[in-house]
Ligand binder design. Structure first.
Ligand code: GLU
Length: 520
């Protein structure tokens, strides 16, 4: 890793999503890296919406992107929402300004008009195929046989344009030239122009393609570094060539193409299908797919905390020299460095995300957890007359035992409801002999604790009773736990009993004795 990041210009970076559906989690990582890099260098983080392809327009996708980034705290300094001095930041609102740039390239001989109809293009493809050509594209070799301003006379070209013939503007890729550029992640990249085709810059409907709009906007918005996913690496030589053709080389941003996110098995690019198979989300928020009328799970709704997602994503491709793991957004900003991004694809290990979620839940105060618990109870329509004091006790009891906020309730349902079922294994193992005798003993003696019904005190006496009666702890406690909670494991039994309350514990013992006899 060499010292290669150029910081001579003010740092201005952009996240440039196309609103074509739910935002893939890989896109979120791109946004995070851009954000961290900008903030580290007191630069600006922009959001630019690349929506020139009307055919791929999906309603709601843009607001989804904003909501997701807001949830993660990745707030833009300039965007369609907050504005900025380079506005507009939505390409569909900039569409009239691209034509002049395409025309500029035609005038300088770096682009040309192409009038070929869909049928002609198809014929070219077929003929090339017949001739055994592997590369079936419109390029330096094939363009000489097509209908364009390179093969037509200037008069004919003019006539066609004036007559309103359909045409596109294509880049004129040189036949034999090396296109060389520096990528912060990959080092020097060398591509021979013969491997590139004459991509369309301006479509026949007058709209720019991604390539033209992207490069023109990066230039106009004074973007200093382009940090984006590896899937855009094949487009980079064309972009570099565009900067050269426009004469903007001294304003060309530095590129950093981020490594691919791989499926957990390391096989292939992280896909929706594989994520579903492994049972984890791939979108930051729930995404409603209108055509299929289905909702695809989001990390937020699954109970992931934004801090955990940011931390997890931060390490998918980047690490520090000390291999430190815990990064709040602030700490990430301090530590982030484009030079420490690896080239190799990174597996998406969801267990790690869960680990971070547990970690960040533990950093929450009980009062913060209380808000989550109340949300869960209201979402699941659980009626309870527990006051805040009791709910806070539950939060405190469960905080070290959960992965997701909703687990405060889901893992401790027995605190809220009388069990209707009892763990079958625990019944077989413990609902007999000594266990039953201890449950009876408790039923008769718990009233002595009534006036000091407090977890520690309850626990202390339970232990004392076990000792006094010569019972074996491992045999009798599970029986009492089963009667009180219906399950075989869980939080501290003394605290469970405190929270449930004296009367209710007695009632539960009574119910258990009746019910378990029947079911056993
Ligand atoms: N609009 C492209 C996308 O959807 C942007 C790629 C880039 O950052 O240049 O990812």
């Amino acid at each position: 890793m060499s010292q290669t990041v150029n910081l001579d210009r003010p740092v201005r970076v952009r996240f440039a999503p196309s609103p074509t559906g739910g935002l893939h989690i890989g896109g979120v990582r791109t946004a995070l890296y851009n954000y961290a890099f900008a903030k580290k260098h007191q630069g600006k983080f922009l959001i630019r919406i690349e929506d020139t392809d009307q055919n791929r327009f999906i309603e709601g996708a843009e607001s989804y992107i904003f909501e997701a980034l807001r949830w993660l705290g990745l707030n833009a300094d300039e965007s369609p929402e907050v504005g900025g001095s380079f506005a507009p930041y939505r390409q569909s609102e900039r569409k009239t300004m691209y034509r002049q740039y395409a025309e500029q390239l035609v005038a300088s001989g770096n682009a040309y008009y192409a009038f070929d109809t869909a049928e002609e293009l198809e014929n070219m493809r077929k003929e090339l195929e017949k001739a055994g050509a592997k590369n079936l594209s419109y390029n330096a070799l094939t363009r000489t046989n097509m209908t364009n301003s390179l093969t037509l006379s200037p008069e004919e070209t003019k006539k066609r344009i004036e007559a309103g013939d359909n045409y596109v503007i294509r880049i004129k890729i040189p036949k034999k030239e090396d296109i060389r550029f520096f990528d912060i992640v990959r080092g020097w990249v060398n591509v021979h122009s013969s491997t590139l085709d004459d991509k369309v810059l301006m479509k026949s409907d007058g709209m720019p393609t991604y390539h033209l709009a992207n490069v023109v906007d990066d230039y106009l918005m004074e973007i200093s570094h382009v940090i984006r996913g590896e899937e855009w690496l094949p487009s980079a030589p064309l972009h570099v060539f565009l900067y050269q053709s426009f004469g903007w080389v001294d304003k060309m941003p530095q590129f950093a193409h981020l490594p691919l996110l791989l499926n957990p098995d390391g096989q292939g690019k992280l896909s929706k299908r594989k994520a579903a198979e492994y049972g984890f989300p791939i979108f930051p928020l729930d995404w409603y797919e209108k055509e299929k009328n289905i909702t695809i799970d989001g990390f937020r709704e699954k109970g992931y905390l934004p801090e955990a997602i940011n931390n997890f994503l931060a390490l998918l491709g980047w690490h520090t020299s000390s291999d430190e793991e815990v990064f709040s957004l602030e700490h990430l900003i301090e530590s982030f460095d484009l030079e420490r991004i690896g080239k190799a694809g990174v597996r998406f290990e969801i267990k790690k995300a869960e680990w971070f979620n547990q970690y960040y839940i533990r950093l929450k105060t009980n009062e913060q957890l209380l808000q989550y618990l109340k949300e869960t109870l209201s979402n699941l329509k659980v009626n309870t007359d527990f006051d805040d004091e009791k709910l806070l006790k539950i939060c405190n009891l469960m905080r070290d035992r959960i992965t997701f906020p909703q687990d405060i309730y889901l893992e401790a349902k027995y605190l809220f409801e009388v069990p209707t079922q009892y763990d079958a294994k625990a019944i077989t193992k413990n609902w007999q002999g000594e266990g039953l005798a201890f449950v009876d003993f408790c039923q008769n003696n718990l009233s002595t604790l009534k006036n000091n019904w407090e977890g520690e005190n309850i626990k202390h006496h339970l232990h004392e009773w076990v000792e006094q009666n010569g019972y074996k702890m491992g045999k009798v406690m599970p029986a009492l736990r089963l009667a009180v909670s219906g399950v075989s494991g869980g939080a501290d039994l003394g605290m469970i009993m405190e929270i449930i309350g004296f009367e209710n514990v007695l009632q539960r013992i009574e119910i258990a004795k009746k019910t378990i006899v029947i079911t056993n």
